[in-house]
Design a protein. Structure first.
Lengths: 314, 263
């Protein structure tokens, strides 16, 4: 009697989301497609996994107040988003995640026009797709995104995040300019689904939405995020269209907020360890895009993906 | 829950008149309305008044397929009429509605389902009629499952119908149907799927929509997989959405009513 390995048969697929050129006017830009999986992460004996996860690096419009080990990895480019983005691309980032932190009323209060100008200059300086994040103030984000989305029209960016209590203005601006949106939930599968239904009513379907289930870093809720991502992914594979969008995690940003990350003195850079462990754990929960901060974390996670998938360097 | 729209049936006067006059418009309107309401299949029945259902069925299939892609549930008493309908299908995989448990009839319908790549509804009744209790229904269900299995018919494509009767004339049948729905799942692995003709429960009664919704909720909790039902009753479709969430078939969201009940 022969033994046959049990194989899951999934009837659903993760939706594919394409950012970058995507047939837009800016044809020189690279495009990246994430999602599309018909199996749990890396288990491609059960179903197709057409795209490997993408690695993004954060670039801020203003100099961030980062722990020394992280700030030193970038040096002077922290004052220049364009040079910073170019360095990240040289370091291997598949996407640039531009965080418009300077728009925060308490951190510079940059105008919508100023934000749009930064977006234009970064778009002009790199050929990878862009993720564009607001400053985190709902009111201000609603002011900057119409200008920012218009400035990036044709480059199909991933913009947001939108959340349950603030999505209409940003989603409408994104829709008009052909961008995809990041839909954020507070580590909550029910609210994640609710937001997806609301966005679909604004004609942003699963192919236009990437879920941010809110990242908990190692030691700070990683397991909660992992469980919610797993539930979302299982629901997608079981055919729940409203939970079928790909997943993005802000592993770098969250990891460096951990007090352990900034510890100096040893020979190992604790922040990089924190980022890489957070990111790689969540890759196994289904992360399709991991956003990182330290160049060594970008390199390590990309190498990890290459080693596991056996693919040539992307 | 698979909802099968019941409305294209010659028992309804508007459909009977449309068939009589070969006027496609009322039939097509019902096909579109039921599809938009969440029907995963459309039942197609020429009704009892038609002289030659084998001639009418292909016309019905054609005019429906002109306006929707929804798969059809070909419903007739005579196998010739069903076969004529199956021949006319060009779009999605249909369901045959229905065979009884009588061995010759069952064999013929299993052959027909295989020949036309169709799913099959089998009633847990035979020439002796409908039994009052669950045990006899289950015995017939077992005979159907065995016959299907022996014929190599995929059990995934088989729907058992435990026969719903009007509650005003056969009150004890309602409970027997629910009991059958529960126990039928233990007969085979993978478990057979089940379907009911829901609106029968309220035939001739007042407050029909209420009886239909209440019985559908009970049947869902008993494991029902599909129902031939009035999908144009918004509250009925809402009952399915609520039931899916309450039974844990679908992850809850505050918008649980908004996605239509089609599955």
């Amino acid at each position: 009697m022969s033994f046959e390995t049990y194989r899951e048969q999934w009837r659903g697929r993760v939706s594919e989301v394409t950012v970058g050129a995507a047939g837009g006017v800016n044809d020189a830009r690279k495009s990246i497609t994430v999602g599309g999986a018909g199996a749990l992460p890396f288990i491609d004996i059960d179903g197709p996994i057409p795209h490997r996860p993408a690695v993004a690096a954060e670039v801020w419009d203003v100099r961030p107040d980062w722990p020394a080990p992280l700030a030193m990895a970038y040096g002077a480019v922290l004052d220049d988003p364009v040079a910073w983005a170019q360095k990240c691309v040289r370091d291997g980032a598949d996407l640039i995640c531009l965080r418009l932190a300077g728009a925060d009323p308490e951190a510079g209060d940059a105008s919508p026009e100023a934000c749009a100008a930064v977006v234009r200059s970064v778009l002009g300086a790199v050929d990878v797709p862009l993720i564009i994040l607001g400053c985190g103030s709902d009111e201000k984000d609603n002011l900057i995104f119409p200008a920012v989305c218009a400035a990036a029209e044709g480059a199909r960016c991933l913009v947001g995040p939108v959340h349950k209590d603030n999505y209409r203005t940003i989603a409408a601006a994104a829709k008009v300019a052909g961008h995809a949106v990041i839909a954020q939930s507070p580590v909550d599968v029910n609210i994640q689904k609710q937001l997806a239904v609301l966005l679909e009513e604004m004609e942003l379907g699963p192919q236009d939405v990437v879920f941010d289930p809110t990242t908990g870093a190692l030691g700070y809720g990683l397991d909660y995020t992992y469980s919610v991502m797993e539930r979302i992914r299982l629901a997608a594979l079981q055919g729940d269209r409203h939970l079928s969008s790909p997943l993005v995690v802000f592993a770098g940003y969250e990891a460096w907020r951990a007090k352990e990350a900034g510890l100096a003195g040893g020979s190992v850079d604790q922040g990089v360890v924190w980022e890489v462990v957070t990111a790689t754990a969540l890759l196994h929960a289904g992360a399709d895009i991991v956003v990182l901060l330290h160049p060594n974390a970008v390199r390590a996670v990309k190498r990890y993906l290459r080693e596991l998938t056996g693919e040539a360097a992307a | 829950m698979i909802l099968i729209g019941e409305r294209i049936n010659g028992l309804f006067r508007d459909v009977a008149a449309a068939i009589q006059a070969r006027d496609p418009v009322p039939v097509q309107k019902l096909a579109i309305a039921q599809t938009e309401a969440g029907a995963a299949y459309l039942d197609v029945n020429a009704g009892p008044a038609v002289d030659d259902p084998a001639a009418v069925m292909p016309w019905l299939v054609r005019v429906i397929e002109e306006v929707v892609d929804t798969p059809l549930c070909i419903d007739a008493a005579k196998p010739e009429a069903i076969e004529a309908g199956l021949k006319a299908v060009t779009k999605a995989r249909p369901i045959i509605n229905s065979t009884t448990a009588d061995p010759e009839r069952l064999a013929r319908y299993l052959d027909m389902a295989r020949a036309y790549d169709a799913r099959l509804i089998a009633l847990t009744m035979n020439r002796q009629g409908v039994s009052r209790d669950a045990a006899d229904r289950l015995a017939l269900a077992m005979e159907i499952v065995v016959a299907a299995d022996e014929a190599g018919f995929p059990l995934d494509d088989l729907f058992l119908d435990p026969l719903v009767l009007p509650v005003n004339v056969g009150q004890e049948h309602a409970w027997a149907v629910l009991e059958t729905l529960r126990q039928v799942k233990t007969l085979a692995d993978p478990p057979p799927r089940t379907v009911i003709g829901l609106s029968n429960i309220s035939q001739g009664c007042p407050h029909r929509p209420l009886l239909n919704r209440a019985f559908l909720a009970m049947a869902m909790a008993s494991g029902l997989d599909a129902a031939i039902a009035d999908v144009l009753d918004e509250e009925l479709v809402a009952t399915v959405s609520a039931g899916r969430v309450l039974l844990g078939r679908e992850i809850y969201s505050d918008a649980f009513l908004r996605p239509a009940g089609r599955r």
